[in-house]
Write a protein that binds this ligand. Structure first.
Ligand code: ZN
Ligand code: MN
Length: 485
């Protein structure tokens, strides 16, 4: 029997506001050396008598994300208490949203090899992050610096069918949130976290199978691997005649398998009720329109524009559109080039060598020392065949490290290829004079020797001759040699 997977994703995205969701404590990036419990106040520590106040900026960013996801923004939404006792939540409940969320009924268009698919988004709501528990031998410690940091929760309908689609959805959502300035996209620091609901059913069946929920997936890789493993586990379970139990699962990255965190009998009863300390949040139509007008161009629209304006392939257009800084750099290069270089060549530079160097040196486009004009000049040198492709890459590495212009870097590396006719002619004649046997072989019809002779010019010139022009100079010199000997 063949099965299909039914997958929905819940995403928690830290909202990039300067202060926390319900208090004035700053949101500080945790670089690892932050002192625990320094960015806290009576509100986020839930001291008696303290009162939460909704962060206006977080609402604005939430509305913008919702609009970008084609959602309907509720004119009035309500915060609610989601009760559960766990020490990372000092209040004993999380202030979230329940039956009247910020926005509902949107979608995200995802592209995979199988084509485009519209994934419905059920709801977008605001809530607060928890603190962090640190388990050590001498006990468990809690750090509330993160408690109360604004989170945007984005819940999709169970419209995803394949791991490829899950990955495409997650990446597209991240790209949109980063472009909007809603989220840093820094998954290593936990700024974006995924949970997947997974069930399987025989192809053609109408009823949904029992679903499981996989928690705490903090990278695209973990997300894709966990969903794949869970789909396979469920199929194997059904095939062996057993049934799927409704469970909450964790993902063990090392073992490459899901594990049970809790079963249905331990399901939380959150006892939601409206937060009595926060009045309903009203978002007027005028406010929505102001926020809509301020939306930046989103990656999906940019991909389309890059394809139509620059004639790029889909894959490159997507790579260049993922981050606004990269897209802006690409466009600055194209503007600086003013038609002298091909968009595809620039796309290759950025998605190839630039991305490789960024990764190797842990740099981002913002820190890149190669200006758009310098990249244009590098590509022009390449087009003039003054640089071989290997040499051009070496020159770029120099430019990266020193900020030098390409001419200076290539001169210093001694890799500029000479297209100077006189020099090439001299080298050709020297090679002919030094290799009479091979020259005679060539002249007697053994044309394969030509490549070897070109190689001698390259060696004599220490790689500085342009191979194409060296070959032409050699042919001319050989013809002259034939007619005079
Ligand atoms: Zn606080
Ligand atoms: Mn949540």
């Amino acid at each position: 029997m063949s099965y299909e997977a039914i997958i929905g994703l819940e995403v928690h995205a830290q909202v990039q506001s300067r202060s926390k969701m319900y208090c004035a404590c700053p949101v500080v990036e945790d670089t690892g050396d932050l002192q625990p419990n320094t960015y806290v106040c009576p509100v986020c520590l839930a001291l008696p008598g303290s009162l939460p106040v909704v962060n206006r900026r977080a609402v604005e960013l939430g509305v913008q994300a919702a609009l970008a996801l084609h959602c309907t923004v509720a004119p009035e939404s309500v915060f609610a208490r989601k009760s559960y006792f766990y020490p990372d939540l000092p209040k004993g409940y999380q202030i979230s949203q329940y039956d009247l969320p910020l926005a509902t009924d949107g979608y995200l268009e995802v592209q995979t090899g199988a084509g485009a698919n519209r994934i419905r988004i059920t709801r977008v709501h605001l809530e607060e992050d928890t603190g962090k528990l640190i388990h050590q031998q001498d006990g468990a410690w809690v750090d509330y610096n993160r408690a109360g940091v604004p989170l945007l929760e984005i819940v999709s309908a169970p419209d995803l069918r394949t791991v490829e689609e899950v990955r495409a959805y997650a990446m597209m959502l991240r790209a949109d949130l980063v472009a909007l300035g809603v989220n840093s996209g820094d998954m290593e620091k936990g700024a974006l976290r995924f949970e997947a609901n997974v069930s399987v059913r025989p192809v053609g069946a109408a009823a949904l199978g029992t679903r499981t929920e996989i928690k705490n997936l903090n990278s695209f890789r973990a997300l894709a691997r966990a969903v794949e493993a869970e789909v396979q586990r469920q199929i194997a379970t059904l095939e062996s005649g057993r049934s799927i139990e409704q469970q909450t699962l964790g993902w063990d990255e090392a073992r490459g398998a899901t594990f049970v965190m809790r079963g249905k009998e331990h399901a939380h009863d959150y006892r939601y009720f409206p937060e009595p300390d926060i009045p309903p949040v009203q978002v007027s139509a005028a406010w929505i329109e102001t926020l809509r007008a301020a939306l930046p161009e989103l990656p999906a629209a940019r991909v389309q524009r890059f394809i139509t304006t620059y004639g790029l392939r889909v894959a490159e257009a997507q790579l260049l559109s993922g981050e606004s800084s990269v897209a802006a750099y690409f466009e600055a290069v194209m503007a600086a080039a003013d038609g002298t270089v091909a968009a595809q060549d620039i796309a290759n530079w950025i998605t190839g060598e630039f991305f490789r160097l960024f990764k190797e040196h842990h740099l981002s486009m913002e820190q890149c020392r190669v200006t758009p004009l310098q990249l244009v000049r590098l590509q022009q040198l390449r087009q003039m065949r003054a640089l071989s492709s290997t040499a051009a890459k070496a020159v770029l590495v120099e430019m990266f490290q020193t900020g030098e212009v390409p001419e200076v870097a290539s001169e210093r590396l001694g890799v500029l290829q000479l297209s100077d006719g006189v020099a090439l002619q001299n080298w050709a004649e020297r090679v002919i004079a030094a290799n009479p046997t091979q020259v005679a072989q060539y002249l007697s019809g053994k044309s394969a020797v030509l490549g070897w002779l070109v190689g001698q010019i390259m060696a004599t010139s220490q790689g500085r001759a342009n191979p194409q022009q060296a070959r032409e100079a050699l042919l001319t010199a050989l013809e002259r040699w034939r007619s005079t000997s």
